[in-house]
Design a protein around this ligand. Structure first.
Ligand code: CUA
Length: 341
């Protein structure tokens, strides 16, 4: 019967019933309070109505009553706070071994690229029963990636990555909406999430005409000349990027931060902002020279060489050596006279 009278969107992710349970709890608490207040208003209106010969009497102060109506709502709100925080942290914390998918939003479409190289527009194919992490950015204004059946929604911002994740529980096709007004055709910025059985998904994802995203990134890493400074075989003018992802790095200004997708992205587009300690501010910005998709490919590549058993730009080394040899020795001195920016 509920299929013909859908009060609730479909539930197709592991987080969905947790969000629903919290939401139902909020509805019940709010509903009970509303009923209680309505009933009391009606009762008091009748009980203390104006009657001939009865004088109104002012009642003042009752500590017991005031403490009761302060403490009970406080406890109810603390339950909501704690419960909401637990669900929020579950929803905000992607599992570390999740399948990663890059999403680029633009007016007015969703561009998706899988680590295996498959690309799609306004569609996202995912396997059932696996954690999927979306690494998202926008190439123009703020959008929002909203999948009601998964109970997930996350703003997609220009100039940085935001992340959301889900674990689909049943195959099917689910609505994808943009949930942030982003211009004339905002309402048309929709798509679908296609959840496939694992075998179907393998067939789909391996049918890609493109190589893996990290291989695209590796090629760009050589073509853009990154590999002439970021070397793994000898000290280079830039930090060795092998194995850096997920590790702490010390910056020139003394801060330490963990290398994540946003830091890699920022270092490509604004290299001076968080320079690694011991290196000169000589890296040019790639702002405007690379597209969002190309930044994603570079990030995917640098991540791929941080997992065991991979190597950095092996095919790019020979040509890069001669191009940079002249200045490597002088520029590679760590902690020389650094130019502060
Ligand atoms: Cu994109 Cu609204």
């Amino acid at each position: 019967m509920l299929n013909n009278f859908p009060l609730w969107p479909e539930s197709a992710s592991t987080i969905a019933h947790r969000v629903d349970a919290l939401y139902i709890f909020l509805l019940i608490v709010a509903g009970m309070m509303a009923l209680l207040i309505c009933a009391l208003v009606i009762y008091f209106a009748a009980r203390f109505r104006s009657r001939p010969g009865v004088r109104a009497e002012q009642i003042e102060g009752s500590n017991a009553l005031e403490i009761t109506w302060s403490v009970i709502p406080f406890l109810v709100f603390m339950v909501i706070f704690a419960w909401g925080a637990v669900v929020y942290f579950q929803e905000r914390t992607p599992p570390t071994d999740a399948t990663e998918v890059y999403v680029v939003a633009k007016q007015w479409m969703w561009k998706v690229e899988h680590a295996e190289g498959q690309r799609e527009i306004n569609e996202l194919h995912v396997p059932v029963g696996r954690d999927v992490k979306l690494i998202m950015t926008s190439q123009d204004v703020i959008h929002s990636f909203f999948v009601p059946a998964f109970r997930i929604k996350q703003d997609v911002l220009p100039g940085r990555y935001t992340v959301e994740w889900f674990h689909a529980t049943k195959p099917g096709t689910y609505h994808l909406f943009c949930a942030e007004y982003c211009g004339t055709q905002h309402s048309g910025m929709v798509g679908s999430i296609v959840v496939l059985e694992p075998a179907q998904y393998e067939a789909w994802v391996n049918g890609s005409p493109n190589g893996p995203l990290s291989a695209t990134g590796e090629k760009m890493f050589a073509e853009l000349g990154c590999s002439s400074c970021h070397r793994s075989d000898m000290p280079g003018r830039g930090p060795n990027l092998q194995g850096v992802f997920g590790k702490p790095v010390e910056l020139a200004d003394g801060r330490t931060l963990t290398v994540d997708e946003n830091y890699l992205r920022e270092s490509i587009l604004d290299p001076g902002s968080k320079r690694v300690r011991g290196f000169q501010p000589i890296m040019p910005t790639f702002q405007g020279l690379v597209t969002e998709e190309q930044v994603n490919a570079l990030v995917a590549y640098i991540k791929s060489i941080s997992t065991a058993g991979t190597r950095i730009g092996a095919n790019a080394m020979p040509s890069a050596v001669s191009a940079s040899e002249g200045s490597v020795s002088s520029a590679a001195q760590p902690n020389g006279n650094q130019v502060q920016q």
